[in-house]
Design a binder for this molecule. Structure first.
Ligand SMILES: [Zn+2]
Length: 330
């Protein structure tokens, strides 16, 4: 299930981070304004750019400042000409708050991070440490917190490094969930440890290789999209089949099915890409907002599953993982 969540995280990254030129920054109006701003403020002969400390800390250069300042008259020009709001460098125009580029998406990324922290604490309080997948849930939480941390940083300030870290953070969630899914599917096999090691090594190496090429060779958006769709498809199909198979027999599977359905609905926010309301709230930020309750739902489901298994595991004294699978597949 967390795979479905992770896929959405990647979809949003792909949508937001396509930094190829856009209609706004390619317009003559923007070009003229930018050239004049650069000449007036950023040339060696007339360095008129003296930003406040918070802008300096967030790495706003004179060039960036000119782009931001020239964006708004260009937006007005587009609106008055009846063309409508256009994107600039692959992004909608956002009002900057204290140097933060996308305040709403930043806030909602922090919200997701907080939900993971609150829910893992609840998980730790309620679940027996001997329950199946106890450590795996912690690892998943760590990977998600890491990803949401970089999502927060990226939405505060979009530069090449934060963009790649945000992207790789999202891909780490998808990669891990593929591993998690295979680990669960093969948990009852007598060679389960070997399978687990194989999947962890294969996926881990691929992730490292992909991170290396993204950082040091090329940031290929098309290829990135392809591998995320491939990894995501394994998760979605796998979990959907699982939900379908056990939906009627196991009441708690309802949470899994509800989760999958809600994820589908929230995905529409990414498809329905629209200019930000009040220059703050765009579809991407709203998507981040809607994923936070899904985090709570996923942990609730995991807690129910783990506490049920934990109790009976103690009573019947059988191996945790085997028990869970016997319990689920019965
Ligand atoms: Zn984002």
């Amino acid at each position: 299930m967390e795979g479905v969540l992770a896929i959405l995280a990647v979809l949003l990254v792909i949508v937001i981070e396509n930094v190829a030129g856009s209609t706004g920054d390619r317009s003559q109006m923007f070009y003229n304004c930018l050239q004049s701003c650069l000449a007036e403020n950023c040339s060696v002969s007339s360095p008129a750019f003296h930003p406040p400390l918070y802008l300096k800390l967030l790495q706003w250069s004179c060039n960036d400042e000119c782009k931001y300042m020239c964006m708004w008259p260009t937006v007005n020009w587009f609106v008055e000409a009846g063309i409508g709001v256009q994107q600039f460098y692959g992004k909608w125009p956002f009002v900057r708050v204290l140097g933060i580029q996308e305040p709403a998406a930043t806030l909602f990324s922090i919200l997701n991070l907080t939900c993971h922290i609150v829910m893992i604490r609840k998980f730790r309080r309620e679940v027996n440490p001997k329950a199946p997948f106890y450590l795996l849930t912690h690892l998943f939480c760590f990977i998600c917190c890491h990803a949401w941390f970089w999502s927060t940083v990226f939405h505060i300030r979009d530069v090449r490094f934060t963009e790649i870290m945000d992207y790789l953070g999202a891909f780490s969630m998808v990669s891990f969930s593929v591993y998690h899914f295979f680990a669960r599917v093969t948990a009852l096999n007598s060679n389960s440890s070997l399978y687990s090691l194989f999947f962890a090594t294969a996926i881990g190496f691929y992730f490292v290789y992909h991170s290396y090429t993204t950082f040091f060779v090329i940031m290929d958006y098309g290829y990135n999209m392809l591998i995320n769709i491939a990894f995501g498809a394994v998760n979605i199909v796998g979990w959907s089949v699982w939900c379908y198979k056990y939906y009627k027999r196991r009441p708690y599977v309802k949470r899994c099915a509800t989760f999958t359905a809600l994820v589908g609905v929230t995905t529409l926010l990414e498809v329905m890409d629209f200019p930000p309301l009040f220059w703050v709230l765009d579809a991407h930020a709203l998507w981040h907002l809607t994923t936070s309750p899904l985090v709570i739902l996923w942990y609730s489901y995991t807690i129910v599953l783990s506490t049920s298994c934990g109790r009976r595991e103690v009573l019947e004294g059988i191996d945790g993982i085997e028990f869970e699978w016997n319990y689920l597949l019965r």
